[in-house]
Design a protein around this ligand. Structure first.
Ligand SMILES: [Zn+2]
Ligand SMILES: [Zn+2]
Length: 309
């Protein structure tokens, strides 16, 4: 079968590879791209195995054994480490990563599979993986009505959509006018920067200056949820005043649980506005290198790799 393999940084080839192994083989119908794929291609990533390796972690397809349509989650938690036993499988210390969505087929543990509800199209179902991380991030926040979201990329817009559905008043900050327009279509206020202070702030950029800006946009007593991952080893400095005198709370948010994935699938099935807004062009595997190298900016879109295209 054909698969996209990483051979090193910025070195990706589509090759003929042996058929996958695993509890269940899934024929891939759609694998969406995201910022993490770009990071993996550009710099490598801590969850990648040794080169050459398959990647792609937002994957929807059809089980070859039962014909059922499934989302292939990108991880299975160990179930036995301290965080798993405390009900926080998002931060499992020994997860099994299930990567390889940019291929014709993938082998996956049964535990990674989630039934795609109703008529939800495969590219939309694939977005349940990142949306599950947004579901988790919203849970990490507070009940505050007044919310700022820093970053209008796919993750920022996913957070926005979930928060708007809960009746919150959301302001999205992004320098790209196209992304501000997408945020406005989802029902948010949009501006180039967060100028007011908010009771709840989500950081969805993943750069140290954005982490600092998110903390700076927090009102006294606010909660700041840090969703975007910075390059490994990054350190930031923050003014201690608000942390102490204003009881500012900074909370990390990482990944998702199986329940978050099922909730994300249900959200996508109930309302098509979010996934239609993020849906980019469908491309064959061979165009993946060019897609990952494409300049970022402009509207927030996810490419859809269809290996049969
Ligand atoms: Zn992703
Ligand atoms: Zn665990």
């Amino acid at each position: 079968m054909k698969a996209a393999l990483l051979f090193g940084t910025e070195y990706l080839r589509v090759e003929e590879v042996p058929e996958p192994e695993g509890e269940v083989i899934v024929e891939i119908k759609a694998a969406t791209t995201c910022g993490t794929d770009v990071k993996m291609w550009r710099h490598g990533h801590r969850i990648l195995p040794r080169y050459p390796c398959a990647f792609g972690h937002e994957t929807a397809g059809v089980r070859t054994d039962t014909g059922e349509r499934v989302l292939v989650s990108d991880s299975v938690a160990c179930g036995t480490c301290d965080p798993c036993r405390a009900g926080r499988s998002q931060i499992c210390r020994a997860p099994t990563w299930v990567l390889g969505g940019f291929a014709e087929r993938i082998g996956a543990p049964e535990a990674a599979l989630h039934t795609i509800p109703g008529g939800l199209p495969a590219p939309a179902a694939a977005m349940a993986e990142p949306l599950a991380a947004a579901v988790h991030a919203v849970e990490r926040g507070s009940e505050a009505t007044d919310v700022g979201v820093l970053g209008g990329g796919p993750m920022g817009l996913m957070l926005t959509s979930l928060l708007i559905a809960q009746g919150r008043n959301v302001t999205v900050a992004d320098p790209h006018p196209e992304r501000r327009e997408q945020a406005a279509e989802l029902g948010a206020h949009a501006s180039a920067r967060l100028t007011a202070q908010h009771d709840l702030v989500f950081e969805a950029v993943g750069r140290p200056e954005a982490w600092r800006a998110a903390a700076a946009a927090a009102a006294p007593g606010a909660v700041v949820v840090l969703v975007g991952g910075c390059p490994s080893g990054t350190e930031i400095t923050l003014p201690t005043g608000p942390l102490h005198y204003e009881e500012l709370e900074l909370r990390g948010s990482f990944h998702h649980s199986p329940d978050d994935v099922d909730r994300a699938l249900a959200v996508l099935e109930a309302d098509d506005a979010l996934w239609r807004s993020l849906l980019g062009p469908t491309i064959p595997l061979e165009q993946l290198p060019a897609a990952l190298a494409a300049p970022t900016g402009g509207p927030a879109k996810k490419w859809v790799v269809d290996p049969s295209a």
